[in-house]
Design a protein around this ligand. Structure first.
Ligand code: ZN
Length: 162
């Protein structure tokens, strides 16, 4: 089944199985998609560094349950609320330096990790990177959405070049 990225996630997929952290797992008779899996289990990661992904049996691999889950993840759910910025060059707030009175905005960043995280102030964040500067940082999703509005992707250009 192929879903169109521009359409909302179909109603029928409300029971979607989310990727989970795969550590210390049993590599047989283990499957996230069915009740009584038999035999060898297989793994596909959605984020290798975080060991996040799916474990499944051969039957679920063959009947397309796994491919469908991966497709929905890639087309709708990865990167959470900022999914629309996947693969885009985005603006982020520069980490304040001594003497800065207002935050500066930098272009040339991208979303890095498709798993969002809650920071210690209970705000959702996402990991971003700047390839040219070889820098990574966690940015507030709220800020990313404000600086890179969905309504007008054409305005997304760097305000300052580094
Ligand atoms: Zn299964």
């Amino acid at each position: 089944m192929i879903f169109n990225k521009d359409e909302a996630l179909p109603e029928a997929e409300k029971n979607y199985i989310h990727p989970r952290r795969l550590t210390m797992i049993q590599m047989s008779n283990n499957c996230m998609f069915c009740e009584n899996p038999q035999g060898v289990s297989y793994i596909t990661h959605v984020v290798l560094e975080e060991k996040m992904g799916y474990i499944y049996c051969k039957e679920c691999m063959d009947n397309n349950n796994v491919n469908q889950a991966l497709e929905i993840w890639n087309n709708y759910l990865s990167f959470g609320e900022v999914h629309y910025l996947k693969d885009c060059t985005i603006r982020v707030e520069r980490s304040p330096k001594i003497g800065d009175t207002t935050p500066l905005i930098e272009g040339g960043w991208k979303l890095y990790n498709p798993i969002t995280r809650i920071n210690r102030d209970f705000e959702p964040t996402i990991h971003c990177y700047n390839e040219r500067l070889e820098l990574y940082k966690w940015c507030l999703i709220e800020t990313i959405m404000r600086l890179n509005p969905k309504e007008d992707m054409s305005t997304i250009e760097p305000l300052i070049e580094l």
